[in-house]
Ligand binder design. Structure first.
Ligand SMILES: [Zn+2]
Length: 74
């Protein structure tokens, strides 16, 4: 197994293995491992940032799919 460095985007500490879950992707099973920062308070901030980012991305994608842009967003 090769070692992949996965430093925290915020503090740069090497991440530790967090939760593992099995997801089904088109009838195939895949293992999804989440790596988290060893610093709990740091990980909290990173989580919040990621959630906000993901939310924006989803909102953007949904808007684009539902309504073709007619005018430039303010
Ligand atoms: Zn960190």
């Amino acid at each position: 197994m090769e070692f992949v460095s996965n430093p925290c985007i915020r503090c740069g500490k090497e991440r530790i293995k967090g939760t593992e879950r099995i997801i089904s992707v088109s009838s195939a099973k895949a293992k999804l491992t989440t790596y988290i920062c060893p610093d709990k308070s740091c990980q909290k901030i990173v989580d919040a940032q990621l959630a906000a980012k993901e939310e924006r991305r989803l909102a953007f994608t949904q808007r684009r799919n539902q309504y073709p842009p007619r005018k430039k967003a303010a």
